[in-house]
Structures are given as C-alpha cells and as structure tokens.
Design a protein around this ligand. Structure first.
Ligand code: PLP
Length: 397
C-alpha cells in the first residue's frame, strides 16, 4: 500500500518550512544561524519568576479556552492604549497558541473555499500554507523598492496594482506591519488607502503585528484597526513571542469584533483548546511591564541592525537598514550564483553563516532568486563573529 495515496491534497501542496530547514543545515555544518527568527535573548526575570510561581500555585489545568480572564484584561488594556483599538476582554479577545495559530484560526473563521485574499509580496512564509489550509485564493501585490531623494530605501506598492487586486470576491487583505522579511513599516497614508479599499469592497483586514514594538528611527506603529471605520472590519493578530523574547511559550492573541471573535474562538477551541495556562499568568506580568522595557530592547536591536548592515555591506551584499522587525533583506546579484538556494548552501558550507533564500518569501521562487534574508537578534559576540566570517566571502569569490 502506498501511504502517499492516503495523503490529503492540501498536505502535498506545501513543503516544510525552508527556514527550519536552514536551521538544520546550520547545525550540521556548525554555522552561525542568521536564518530563523528566534530571539537570542531571554524573557525578563520577573516574568520567568511569575511563570514558576503560577505552576507552584496550581495553575496547571486548562484555562478558559479563549484565555485566562486576567491575561485577556491585560491584552485588552494594551490594545486600547498602545494600539488605540478600544477592546473588551469579554467580547473581543481570543488567546491563541502563538500568533501562528491566531492567524490560521482567523482565516478558518472567515474563509469559504475560493474566497480571494490579498497578500503583499514578499510575505512571511506561513501565509502560503495558511491560505491553502483555509481554502483561500491568494492574490499577490508586489512591494517594490524605491529610493527616496534622501537616499533611504523604502518599499511600497503600486496604487493601481493594489486597487486592481480588489474584486467582488475579495474576503480580506493580509497586512504585516512591521513586515517580515523587508522590515517595512506601513505609513499612515498607505494604511488609509488600504482602509478605503476595504470599505469600498466591503472586505476585512487581517493584520499581523507581531513586531509592533520593534520599529526604529522614531517611526510610529499604526494599527489599521484604529483608523476610522476599520475597527468593525479588522482582525488584529499579535503575540508575546518577539516583544518578550519568549517564542517557546506560544502566547498569541487575536482581537476582532464580537461576531468574528465568536467564530475565531470556536476554531481555536477545536484546534488547540487553549494556550498554556501558567504561562498566560506570566504573560499578564509581561504586559504590565513599563514602556521603558520596550525602549531598552528596541535600542539593543537598533545597535544590532546598524552593526549587521555595516558588516553585510563590507562583505559585498547590497542592503539598507530595515525600518522595523529584526531582519535585513539583501541583494546577492553581485556574487554571481545561479540562484539564492545555491548561495544559501555555499554560505553555510564554505563561510559558516546561515540565512534564508529570498525565494521562500515569494509566490514564485524566481521572484526571490537574487534575495537573501538575515536576522539580527543575536548576542554581541555572535554578531561580531558572523561579521568576521562574512568577510571571507571576498576572499573565496
Ligand atoms: N508573524 C510573523 C510575521 C513572524 O515573523 C513570526 C515569526 O517569525 C510569527 C508571526 C510567529 O509568531 P508566533 O511565535 O507568535 O507564532
């Protein structure tokens, strides 16, 4: 019997994560891993202590499926004050196992087979499988590089291309700001334009804001759900993984109007039942940390960002400092490799550094074959060593 014939069509339409594959390759060749977006830092001590205390105090069984009340209250407060979306913990919050589950549960709650969903490209690789699993038909809109008069690089979309992407079959647009892999932070003007199209075509915005606290050069984070008429048509997905360096805790959440929340909670309940209860208790302590906590972390990331851009430029990559998140998308054309995958393999085996082939962020691998992504959530000594290793590229090519 061929077990392959027993597989669902959906399961064969996407491959395992390229990023996790690069991590395996780095481990095999003892390379410095600048591919997977795992923070190099630890959660704050008081938050770790709160998790231990919650286990000792007996919070070891299921919480309410859509989230422990105190954690939902803390999330609602943060959404109302930081994101400027008035949020009711009882009606609008679903706690999920990371924003990864939050995004999928949201799409499962709103998508009927064949509904169109607009995605800016390049995009975080999960959105591809998310559309396949939920049955959505993706419609891509390119984010293009433009050099502003002051010499900084900015990514934006063509307004006509965006308008043309909307049809009567559009159910939603997925936004990701700050964006992975480009670090693009959507501006107020762009968000207003997207919001106007959502209203005109009566569709939803599903926004992934997991990097909302990681924005450089004093740019503001704007949640599309805070714009006029958008709260009623926005699903905001976020989580604690990146802001508190706790990707292994699997704490995410979804904020949505009550009727959508009801459907998202059902999907979430039957997918996972709930996020880890003791960690939700500690998540409340994390959300109660003062703004100075985020300022200190972003200052650290800003130093790493500048250091890695300098090292990559010196090694021959074409790149610019990202506006947000902790990734640098580079152009590798000058190295003369046939494609980004060949370059990825060579970089790990010959130079001892891992990154992500750009093609994994595009609908067609061809679009990303001259692109390569590095991440910079790294300890100081590792960042220095990565820079030294990258300088060997010039000797070897
Ligand atoms: N969304 C984006 C854009 C990401 O880059 C990542 C992780 O790299 C995630 C979501 C996953 O977040 P979580 O740990 O909350 O599932």
């Amino acid at each position: 019997m061929s077990l392959h014939s027993k597989l669902s069509d959906k399961s064969t339409r996407f491959t395992e994560s390229v990023i996790r594959g690069m991590t395996q390759l780095c481990l095999r060749y003892n390379a410095i891993n600048l591919s997977q977006g795992t923070p190099a830092y630890q959660p704050p001590d008081e938050v770790k202590a709160a998790a231990i205390e919650a286990i000792q105090e007996g919070y070891n069984q299921y919480s309410i499926t859509w989230g422990a009340p105190a954690f939902r209250e803390a999330i609602a407060h943060k959404m109302t004050t930081f994101n400027r979306i008035p949020t009711d913990a009882a009606k609008n919050v679903t706690v999920t196992c990371g924003s990864t589950e939050g995004m999928l549960a949201s799409l499962l709650a709103i998508i009927n087979q064949g509904d169109e969903i607009i995605i800016f490209e390049p995009f975080y690789e999960n959105y591809g499988p998310d559309t396949i699993i939920s049955g959505a038909k993706p419609v891509y809109v390119a984010l293009q590089e433009t050099l502003t008069p002051d010499g900084t690089l900015h990514f934006t979309y063509d307004a006509t291309e965006l308008r043309d992407a909307f049809t009567s079959n559009t159910k939603a647009i997925i936004l990701n700001t700050p964006n992975n892999p480009l670090g693009k932070v959507f501006t107020q003007d762009e968000l207003q334009q997207i919001a106007a199209l959502c209203c005109e075509y009566d569709c939803l915005a599903v926004t992934d804001e997991i990097y909302e606290h990681m924005i450089y050069d004093e740019k503001p984070h704007i949640s599309i759900g805070s714009l006029p008429q958008m709260q009623e048509r926005t699903i905001t997905v976020s989580g604690l993984s990146k802001a508190y360096s706790m990707t292994g805790w699997r704490l995410g959440y979804v904020i949505a109007p009550a009727p959508l929340t009801d459907a998202i909670r059902k999907m979430h309940d039957f997918l996972t039942v709930g996020a880890p209860h003791p960690l939700q208790r500690a998540g409340t302590a994390a959300l109660n940390l003062p703004p100075s906590y985020h300022h200190a972390l972003v200052a650290k990331y800003d130093r790493n960002r500048k250091q890695l851009v300098t090292a990559l430029t010196a090694a021959g990559f074409r790149c610019h400092p990202p506006e947000g998140a902790y990734y640098i998308m580079t152009d590798i054309t000058d190295f003369g490799f046939p494609d980004d995958t060949a370059f990825a393999h060579w970089l790990v085996t010959e130079i001892g550094v891992g990154g992500v082939p750009g093609s994994s962020f595009y609908s067609h691998p061809h679009f990303g074959k001259t692109k390569f992504r590095f991440m910079f959530s790294l300890a100081d000594d590792i960042l220095i060593e990565a820079g030294e290793r990258l300088m060997k590229i010039k000797v070897k090519i």
